[in-house]
Design a protein around this ligand. Structure first.
Ligand code: GLV
Ligand code: MN
Ligand code: MN
Length: 400
């Protein structure tokens, strides 16, 4: 499975993945998922929001146990963020069949669409739509960098955009969702453990900062006459770093767009996206307010206008304690496996769904902690331990 997925959407220039929602690479990932379901004799369906499902047993029976993750990527992402959870889901099912496990609850495998939000700017679109955290109208307004709307992109990929919207009946059939994911930090490496259980996800969001200036000649416009948005933007990047350091939070400007983007032209617009995350809401609010206040000061000093807009926000996620304890109990019976409970600053579909259904996450050790980069990695024996742990969890849950 891993070998088949590896070339899909991989850039030969960077070695990273460019699997963006509703593109050709995304379609190839979806074909792969459907084939994996077919090869195992699972019932396959794509839901109204473009999420893919594979079923062992009849989901209509209810109280289903579901596992899976996503196959899309950030720009030049790694191979593991997302796909490890989907590949491990199929592998865990194979393991359960090999063990002759008798399951009394339906078992589902899911590939959530557009988890990273690389193309339309909003993360977890598939799970947000399904849970109602994103409305049909909001989704229809999403646009990519080329001005293609989400409905247009869906239509071109053969998905009916008018079908998108909340899907409470589907969620009501699910008794537990467990997402396995590569760890995106070094906690397991430092503690010397292969597998962890998630405790919580930091509150996080994305804010767009538009610095509007005045385009002019780079050679002939006196510094005093300029309305150059770039210096205010640059100072704001540094302010974000400072605010995050003071609050024990993280803040990142990882994406910037400049108009007209000419070497010898003062920009008319610098648009930067702030990604900010903190352990608690109060700290996060403080960081974002601090960055905005600083940015307004810099903009005023440079004669530049500033608009700030929150494009998405995900409140703190505290994963279901009962399910988390159940995972710890199931995995705790393996004498050689110690399973620490970890928090994370990364967003996941499991976090979005945690407001609607009991969800839990398993993390697989990442020896460098690097993620959202082609260098992202997990050792094969740790991945195999992840599959075994997931199989144990699914068996433990689906037998009860
Ligand atoms: C998704 O991986 C995110 O945390 O942004
Ligand atoms: Mn990610
Ligand atoms: Mn992910």
């Amino acid at each position: 499975m891993w070998a088949e997925l590896l070339p899909v959407g991989r850039s030969s220039a960077s070695g990273g993945y460019r699997r963006y929602a509703w593109t050709g690479a995304d379609a190839d990932c979806r074909t792969w998922f459907r084939e994996q379901a077919g090869a195992r004799g699972l019932a396959y369906e794509t839901d109204r929001n473009g999420n893919q499902w594979a079923w062992l047993g009849d989901p209509a029976a209810g109280n289903a146990v579901v596992t899976g993750s996503h196959l899309d990527s950030v720009p030049d992402g790694g191979a593991f963020d997302g796909p490890l959870g989907v590949v491990s889901a199929f592998a865990a099912l194979d393991e359960l069949r090999g063990r002759g496990a008798r399951l009394t609850r339906p078992l589902g495998i899911v590939n959530f669409g557009d988890e990273e939000g690389a193309r339309f700017g909003l993360a977890c679109v598939g799970s947000r739509l399904t849970s109602g955290a994103l409305t049909t109208e909001q989704a229809h307004r999403l646009t990519d960098a080329d001005g293609i709307t989400l409905p247009q992109a869906m239509e071109r990929a053969g998905h009916d955009p008018d079908s998108v919207g909340p899907d409470p009946e589907r969620l009501a059939r699910i008794g537990a969702f467990v997402e396995l994911h590569v760890e995106q930090g070094r906690a397991l490496d430092l503690s010397g453990d292969r597998i962890g259980i998630a405790s919580a996800i930091w509150p996080h969001g994305r804010w767009r900062f538009d610095f509007h200036g005045e385009a002019n000649h780079a050679g002939t416009t006196r510094l005093a006459d300029r309305h150059d948005p770039m210096p205010s933007y640059a100072e704001t990047v540094l302010a974000a770093r400072r605010e995050a350091e003071l609050a024990g939070a993280v803040a990142t400007f990882g994406k910037v767009a400049v108009e007209p983007n000419g070497v010898n032209a003062i920009p008319s617009l610098v648009r930067g996206w702030l990604d900010a995350r903190a352990a608690d809401q109060e700290s996060l609010d403080g960081v974002v307010a601090g960055v905005e206040k600083a940015a307004r000061g810099y903009a005023a000093a440079h004669g530049v206008d500033l608009d700030v807009e929150c494009e998405s926000f995900t409140p703190v996620v505290d994963f279901d304690h009962t399910l988390r304890d159940e995972l710890a109990r199931i995995l705790g019976s393996e004498a050689d496996l110690r399973v620490p409970v970890l928090g994370t600053g990364a967003g996941h579909d499991a976090g979005i769904l945690s407001g609607s259904i009991p969800t839990a996450m398993l993390f697989v050790r990442n020896p460098t902690g690097v993620s959202h980069s082609p260098a992202e990695y997990a050792a094969e024996d740790d991945c195999v331990a992840g599959v075994r742990a997931l199989a144990d969890v699914l068996e433990g849950l689906a037998r009860t």
